[in-house]
Design a protein around this ligand. Structure first.
Ligand code: CO
Length: 222
């Protein structure tokens, strides 16, 4: 085994010992039950580690990550995660988290070919197409980050429009969908005010969040 991997295993040993000494029974308690309140749907980017950013322990955050934090209506991987989190774990919040300077979003914005992932990133291009008239009015250097935020709002809308979340709201289950963006440059999460707790709120929240994103980038244009 390479030196680096040995180091990872040693790190793990140290971490597990530290956790157990700080919180005796931590792992055996988790063995019995996980009761996370939140589902995090984020980008696979190594600079956006879900638990660390919000300072949550193992067992507190259910996580799904893929390139460019996409929620595609036919993606059984993501849908299975949303279903398990909603129907079994009964999470209270589903948070779509994008991040600034996302490589997947940049590839979509700039028509950069990267390989197989082009077919996945196609979904971000769909978002770009939907908002291209507005994106074209922005300065070039702001377009990627603007698309990162538009993409979060669109993916949060996709969460709201899954049969899973629609059915949960239909039966009166409390689950709130959110859209956040993480700043790689400052380590801060920003709420895009795409906050949806019922089917009636979906479109008003989408319009409000789009308004927030547009206002921020239009202010930079001046
Ligand atoms: Co990314």
């Amino acid at each position: 085994m390479t030196k680096q991997l040995t180091e990872l295993l040693e790190n793990n040993l140290t971490w597990a010992k530290k956790m157990e000494s700080q919180r005796p029974g931590f792992f055996t308690n988790l063995l019995a039950l996980q009761t996370p309140q939140y589902l995090w749907i984020g980008c696979a980017d190594s600079r956006v580690p879900a638990n660390e950013l919000v300072d949550l322990l193992p067992g507190e955050l259910f996580v799904h990550r893929n390139v460019a934090n996409l929620v595609v209506h036919s993606d059984l991987n993501c849908l299975s995660v949303i279903e398990f989190a909603t129907d079994v774990l009964k999470v209270k919040h589903i948070i779509v988290v994008g991040h600034s300077n996302c490589g997947g979003v940049a590839a979509a914005m700039n028509d950069r070919r990267v390989g197989l992932a082009d077919n996945w990133i196609r979904h971000v291009k769909d978002v770009r197409s939907r908002h291209s008239a507005w994106l074209d009015t922005l300065k070039l250097e702001h377009r990627v980050n603007a698309l990162c935020e538009l993409n979060v709002v669109e993916q949060a809308l996709n969460v709201c429009q899954t049969t899973i979340v629609e059915d949960a709201w239909q039966r009166g289950q409390e689950v709130v969908v959110h859209g956040w963006v993480y700043g790689l440059d400052n380590g801060l999460l920003k709420d895009l005010s795409m906050t949806v707790a019922s089917i009636d709120e979906v479109i008003p929240a989408y319009d409000r969040a789009m308004g927030v994103v547009r206002a921020r980038y239009e202010a930079l244009r001046a």
